[in-house]
Design a protein around this ligand. Structure first.
Ligand SMILES: [Zn+2]
Length: 361
């Protein structure tokens, strides 16, 4: 969003409540997205602690700010609001959508869990209990700008599970099949399950890589012929020039003239190398990624605890099932944090890994 868009958004939110209210709801929403700790110190006075920043006491009420000198008034043109607008511009908008339906675990669980993940050297898993928790999926919409021969823009989306940080972009279409409550008020529906919003955003950026590389590959392929053509033309031009100079050099007996030609050849070679680099660089593609908006989906997740037996030892493991998509959540390795279809006990015996610990030593 641009500054104007952010400001328009702030004033439209405040319709009927006055500017102070609009600023307040915008700032508190933005602080929430940024993961700031916000405490109401007194009526109308907020203590704000942003990650990695100094503690600040703010108010949105001009009267309160006149009465006391320990808090900063947040209104149009103040540095605090400017910095919030700055954040909002990079973050875009975060919407919260909540799905409130009853969710039953799938039938014949014992049979199904064996297909979700293979537990190495264990007897088939036995389901010991199931329960439902609130889960969080973060859908990030990015605007990606490709700077190459020409500038192109693309919208790209990734979906991340905020608890396990699994990439679940493949389930995106399934989200659209449900009716969600928009901007579910956390006052009415408190969030009790911990989730990692900031890490989910970085994970969403990383999950974008394959999509970006695909587009870069396509752009480079489209321009390969033109690039090869330009390189060949240049190469031919310099080859003939150098050849001509070398002929002149071999036919001259004048030492001073020969020296001049030799210098000229050197300069031409240098010029050729620069020109070739320039052409190659002109066809390079650089990328700008900008998070345009994000949607946090709050939805039920079924937790399925299984018991596993390995010789005399027993372990338990919790699998996640997404009722909204009738699909199992990807199983993530606890060591390398990549999705896996097999799990084995680590050497430390305290966690499960995909096999990466054996390779890593
Ligand atoms: Zn691993």
């Amino acid at each position: 969003m641009s500054s104007t868009e952010v400001l328009n958004h702030i004033s439209s939110d405040g319709a009927g409540h006055g500017a102070g209210y609009a600023i307040q709801s915008f700032v508190l929403d933005t602080l929430d997205v940024l993961g700031a700790a916000v405490e109401i110190a007194e009526y109308g006075v907020y203590d704000v602690l942003l990650p990695g920043e100094q503690f600040q006491r703010i108010t949105f009420d001009p009267e309160i700010s006149q009465e006391r000198d320990d808090c900063e008034l947040v209104t149009y043109g103040t540095p605090f609001l400017e910095s919030m607008i700055g954040y909002a511009k990079t973050l875009g908008r975060l919407q919260v959508r909540r799905l409130d339906t009853r969710s039953d675990p799938p039938q014949n669980l014992d049979d199904k869990v064996t297909n979700v993940v293979h537990f190495v050297k264990c007897k088939p898993p036995k389901v010991s209990r199931t329960w439902t928790e609130e889960g969080f999926l973060l859908l990030c919409q990015f605007v990606v700008t490709f700077h190459g021969d020409e500038v192109t823009e693309a919208c790209m989306t990734t979906v991340i599970d905020c608890q396990t940080l699994a990439d679940v972009t493949h389930l995106r279409a399934r989200l659209d099949e449900h009716w969600f409550t928009h901007n579910a008020d956390p006052g009415l529906y408190p969030i009790s399950t911990p989730y990692r919003l900031t890490e989910s955003v970085s994970r969403a950026c990383r999950a974008l890589q394959p999509q970006i590389e695909q587009v870069i590959g396509r752009i480079q392929l489209e321009h390969r012929a033109a690039r090869e053509d330009e390189l060949a033309k240049s190469r031919h031009y310099y080859e003939t020039t150098i050849l001509k100079l070398e002929k002149q050099l071999s036919s001259t007996l004048d030492a001073a003239k020969a020296e001049r030609i030799r210098k000229k050849i050197e300069a031409t070679i240098l010029d050729r190398d620069h020109r070739m680099e320039d052409i190659a660089r002109a066809y390079e593609v650089t990328v700008d990624v900008h998070l345009d908006q994000a949607i946090l989906y709050r939805l039920p997740i079924v937790c399925v605890e299984v018991q596993l037996q390995q010789r005399a030892d027993t372990f338990s493991y919790v699998l996640h099932y997404y009722p909204f998509a009738s699909a199992w959540a990807p199983v993530m390795c606890e060591t390398c944090h990549e999705p896996t279809t097999r799990l084995e006990r680590g050497a430390s015996s305290s966690s499960w890994h995909c096999g990466c610990e054996d390779i890593g030593g």
